[in-house]
Design a protein around this ligand. Structure first.
Ligand SMILES: [Zn+2]
Length: 111
């Protein structure tokens, strides 16, 4: 469940965050639908890219929050439990090589 961290902010599990987003935004997210909500997520990812490119730390903090928020909104619209999905795929080891310290060769995106 939610509690406060040392900064006085909410400390919560991914599932709590997704539930909070549902309470605040689901009435609007469901009306916008999956495609519209996905487009918002993509816009926020592009804004995150720009914040990283310009090395604007304050903007990065802001955009990481927005990306996570829109990802949670989209998961709510399509009925996916983010925490369950993430922890079932990434359960303490790499899903591809099955190692706790990934040994996969670098792909074109990570080199
Ligand atoms: Zn791996």
């Amino acid at each position: 469940m939610s509690r406060l961290n040392c900064y006085g902010s909410l400390k919560m599990h991914v599932q709590d965050f997704q539930t909070m987003m549902r309470k605040i935004y689901f009435h609007r997210d469901s009306e916008r639908g999956a495609t519209g909500t996905y487009k918002w997520l993509v816009d926020e990812v592009k804004e995150l890219e720009e914040a990283i490119r310009t090395q604007d730390h304050k903007a990065m903090v802001d955009e990481f929050a927005d990306v996570l928020a829109w990802l949670a909104s989209l998961a709510n619209v399509v009925g996916i439990d983010l925490e369950k999905a993430a922890t079932s795929k990434y359960n303490g080891k790499c899903p591809k090589c099955q190692k706790s310290l990934c040994q996969c060769p670098f792909s074109k995106h990570t080199s």
